[in-house]
Design a protein around this ligand. Structure first.
Ligand code: NDP
Length: 330
């Protein structure tokens, strides 16, 4: 069936301004790290993308290495742009990144101008795009001068390969320096992509302040701690869940078991609020004024639907926040 986007796609999603820029992002965005690669079912990827866009998720987040196999999430997006989303290109914000290991030799990772420009050219080819909306440097590199990396981001934007520049996983101080260098070059730093969830709160220790001071937006990744802050693991570790997959080492059964007692207590608060655990976890990161969007992953359309339900109640009573705080500190 040819795809025709839902007429009601803009009826319920709130959009937030990214820092002090002209761009807005949906409060919930869709990440393509997993479930969109060549080892995944293409029809499932298509359903996820269509469902998301039909419900106002205008932002798809990718990186050169997303798959598995690396590069294949961008291939999938390229196919979907051809088959489904071509007419909607200007309604979409598509991002990609470079920073992690992508090809052999000294030019296939980290932060040199050589790597960043070549990697983005490869990404554009895979996606069949002339430009991406946001291009990120994916992780800080202790060995490449920041001037070179920021100079490359400025060049990438000026050359028309990307409309905006972003950084990911940069420290608070690194972000401040990056923002100042880019501003001096005339290409403002649009956005930071840090990890942030109830179980990983490093951004509260300085980064969120820097973002507000510098007028930079943020989109926070793994807000559900890869599924731990949902009902996925409340009754054990189900077959097929991310923690069972041996090709992805980022979530282990031991980690899930270790966090479960806290999650069970948090889930009681979510139930009292009339929300699912996942919905409360998303509302909790979105309560921060410096957070523009929560970047979620999903393996099924039902999960995207669940996560969108967070938008029905984003506010917290002070007493709820304190109760949550006590559990998180315990
Ligand atoms: P999440 O914390 O949102 O975890 C997503 C996983 O949680 C899903 O794949 C699914 O796991 C499970 N899940 C999601 N919703 C539900 C639900 N409602 N009920 C039950 N289970 C649910 O985020 P990710 O870790 O996937 O990261 C999100 C995005 O952030 C990535 O796709 C990527 O774009 C970006 N990212 C960026 C990084 C960076 O360095 N900049 C690093 C990592 C991610 P299951 O497979 O078990 O169903």
């Amino acid at each position: 069936m040819p795809y025709s986007a839902s007429e009601t796609r803009y009826d319920s999603m709130p959009y937030a301004r990214v820092g002090r820029s002209g761009l807005k992002l949906p409060r919930i965005s869709l990440g393509w790290w997993y479930n969109f690669g060549s080892l995944d079912r293409f029809e499932n990827a298509r359903s996820l993308a269509r469902y998301a866009f039909d419900h106002g998720i205008t932002h798809f987040d990718l990186a050169n290495n997303y798959g598995p196999k690396p590069g294949s999430a961008e291939d999938t997006l390229g196919m979907l742009l051809k088959q489904d989303f071509g007419p909607y290109r200007d309604e979409l914000v598509i991002s990609t990144k470079a920073g992690y290991d992508m090809w052999p030799g000294p030019y296939g990772e980290w932060a040199s101008r050589k790597y960043l420009v070549a990697s983005l050219d490869q990404s554009l080819k895979r996606m069949g795009l002339d430009y991406v909306d946001i291009f990120y440097h994916h992780r800080p590199d202790p060995d490449t001068p920041l001037e070179e990396t920021m100079g490359a981001l400025d060049y990438i934007v000026r050359s028309g390969r990307a409309l905006y520049a972003g950084v990911s996983n940069y420290t608070a101080e690194g972000t401040r320096q990056a923002a100042r260098m880019l501003r001096a070059l005339g290409t403002p730093l649009l956005i930071h992509q840090p990890r942030y969830s109830m179980l990983d709160r490093w951004v509260e220790d300085g980064l969120l302040d820097v973002l507000e001071e510098e007028g930079v937006g943020s989109i926070v990744f793994s807000p559900l701690e890869q599924g731990q802050l949902t009902d996925r693991y409340l009754k054990g570790i189900p077959e097929g869940a991310r923690a069972t997959k041996t090709d992805r080492v980022w979530l282990t059964p031991a980690e899930v078991k270790g966090n479960l007692p806290k999650v069970l207590k948090l889930n009681e608060i979510a139930e009292r609020r009339g929300q699912k655990m996942s919905q409360m976890a998303l509302a909790w990161v979105l309560r921060q004024p410096a957070v523009t969007s929560a970047l979620v992953g999903a393996s099924s359309v039902e999960q995207v639907e669940d996560n969108l339900g967070a938008l029905n109640n984003l506010s917290f009573e002070e007493a709820e926040l304190q109760e949550i705080e006590k559990i998180l500190q315990s």
